[in-house]
Design a protein around this ligand. Structure first.
Ligand code: AMP
Length: 141
């Protein structure tokens, strides 16, 4: 059985403005911000505003609007970085590699021959995250 949604998870706190983030995009459906331990430069997370742990407890009627935002932010990441490709990831439960239990899609701009760094590896400098967020949000403005 899947555990229930914990409203005190870190992304819920970011949504409520109780924790800071380097914001890239926000509307009534979703929030996008920089991953603090990026696996590549300009690694962005897109989270829905509805509370859900993962794909399986996400209200079905909220999935379409959320995925439209994932697509919109992914296009902006690609345009802002000049990426040759994108890796999009979404993990479910600890066994599936999930660490934060509010559903999120990872958007990873990719270049031929550039490998991903480890998942939840090193913290990025705030000024680098801020500069990358600015570059991507400018495409979305
Ligand atoms: P996962 O749940 O496995 O998809 O991984 C959670 C992701 O959230 C990791 O890539 C972390 O680097 C990232 N992360 C954790 N805390 C924060 C935070 N406060 N702000 C931005 N990203 C975070």
């Amino acid at each position: 059985m899947t555990a229930s949604y914990d409203p005190n998870n870190i992304f819920a706190k970011i949504l409520r403005g109780e924790m800071p983030c380097h914001k890239v995009y926000e509307d009534d459906v979703a929030l996008a911000f920089m991953d603090i331990m990026p696996r590549v430069d300009s690694h962005v997370l897109v989270i829905p505003k509805v509370p859900a742990r993962g794909l399986l407890d996400m209200p079905a009627d909220a999935l379409g609007p959320y995925m439209q935002r994932v697509q919109k932010v992914a296009a902006a990441v690609k345009a802002a970085t000049g990426a040759e490709g994108l890796t999009i990831q979404q993990f479910n439960e600890s066994a599936g590699g999930q660490v934060v239990f509010h559903i999120h899609f990872h958007i990873l701009p990719r270049f031929e021959g550039v490998a991903l760094r480890p998942h939840t590896g090193q913290m990025e400098k705030p000024e680098v995250l801020a500069a990358n967020a600015k570059k991507i949000s400018a495409v979305l403005a």
